[in-house]
Write a protein that binds this ligand. Structure first.
Ligand code: ZN
Length: 197
């Protein structure tokens, strides 16, 4: 079986921890909570570390394999949990992604579908773009005959503040190739994704 490393993912910006820490201290002061005394002393450093963790994807090598067995049915990873940071409010949104593809020349290790979601979810995001990036990456790198991505998430900027629509979930989808154009494949993919048991 031939193994090929796929093209590297997007480049990841380096975090300037000292600057982030200073900025969090400044933000707290601006909010009326100047960093004084023992209770808040370590907060800027902790917040900077937490944010750095949320915006830094873990590296992995997204190896793909030749589809030597000629597998030609849908491969679906359902309800992959993820968390991300909304670029409009810097508040988390989190939920599940269901990702599927119709193999062409290349296949991807099963756990890698979840890794692709995690990779694009790390960073400042909006759900619509996340959905498209996962679909486009799979479509481009696997030469898949079709790709489907459905993401369901709760956005804290919507459920805990603003309209406070508690429990509201936002659903986005991106369908490519035969998963989009072939009615039977499309229906099969959406059925598999809907079967939340
Ligand atoms: Zn938001």
């Amino acid at each position: 079986m031939t193994v090929e490393p796929a093209t590297p993912f997007r480049t990841v910006p380096l975090v300037d921890h000292r600057r982030a820490e200073r900025a969090v201290g400044e933000l707290l002061a601006a909010l009326g909570y100047p960093v004084q005394g023992e209770h808040l002393a370590a907060t800027p450093a902790r917040v900077a570390r937490a944010l750095a963790e949320l915006v830094t994807p873990t590296a992995f090598l997204p190896t793909t394999f030749a589809n030597e067995a000629g597998y030609d049915e849908l491969v679906v990873a359902r309800s992959v949990p993820f968390r991300s940071l909304c670029e409009h409010h810097l508040l988390p949104f989190h939920g599940t992604a269901s990702v599927g593809y119709l193999p062409g020349d290349r296949i991807l290790g099963l756990s890698k579908l979840a890794r692709v979601v995690g990779h694009f979810a790390a960073g400042l995001q909006v759900q619509e773009r996340l959905t498209q990036q996962v679909a486009d990456w799979l479509s481009d790198h696997l030469q898949a005959r079709g790709v489907g991505v459905v993401i369901e998430a709760e956005h804290l900027c919507m459920t805990l503040r603003g309209v406070q629509a508690r429990g509201a979930r936002t659903i986005t989808s991106a369908l490519r190739g035969e998963v989009r154009t072939d009615p039977r494949t499309r229906e099969e993919f959406l059925d598999l994704v809907r079967c939340h048991g």
